[in-house]
Design a protein. Structure first.
Length: 190
């Protein structure tokens, strides 16, 4: 088969991160403005390539003061680093629906190699609405990508100490990305 190109549908693609807070619970943050593409030959998935860009300025945790703190220089420094990127080009197939993709993740201007565990959720032909008209069907595919990173590796290092030597925010952060990809057609490529 030939290589196919899929673009991430931003309104149905999003990232979430989870970090321990005050040593007892987790705080979650969401990032919805995710754009990207996947190039893959179904006969040679190990040669797949993924690119993604996330708008870090729109981080949402449900608490405005915390969101402002996350956007500040203490954490994401979005004034100087408004986007995060991932460029993955090393794929390993683990099972029929599970893959590992390794690439360069850039957060706050710092780039590190990161491996995502990816689960392929399937694909379906669906309606495609533009301007109030259904221009479908369009082929969509779903993926779930997860990883765990040390935020200090990306210079996201603000913290404070709490009772008995605890910290406000854990070093380790779980990342989950839900991806809805749409097969690019000749019309969308133009």
């Amino acid at each position: 088969m030939a290589t196919t190109t899929w673009f991430f549908e931003p309104s149905h693609t999003g990232a979430e991160f989870r970090a321990r807070h005050m040593m007892i619970t987790y705080v979650r943050g969401q990032l919805k403005n995710v754009h990207g593409l996947l190039e893959v030959d179904p006969d040679e998935p190990e040669k797949a390539r993924v690119e993604a860009t996330i708008d870090a300025t729109q981080v949402y945790t449900g608490q405005p003061e915390r969101d402002a703190h996350l956007r500040s220089a203490d954490f994401f420094d979005v004034e100087h680093h408004p986007t995060w990127t991932f460029a993955g080009s090393r794929m390993r197939q683990v099972s029929a629906t599970e893959f590992e993709i390794t690439g360069d993740l850039t957060v706050r201007g710092v780039t590190r190699s990161v491996t995502f565990d990816v689960t392929y959720l399937g694909q379906w032909d669906t309606p495609w609405w533009e301007g109030g008209r259904d221009l479908g069907p369009r082929r969509r595919a779903g993926f779930l990508a997860t990883t765990r990173i040390n935020r200090h590796d990306f210079s996201v290092s603000w913290n404070d100490v709490v009772d008995r030597g605890g910290v406000v925010v854990s070093a380790m952060v779980d990342v989950v990305v839900d991806i809805e990809a749409v097969l690019e057609t000749d019309e969308t490529a133009v």
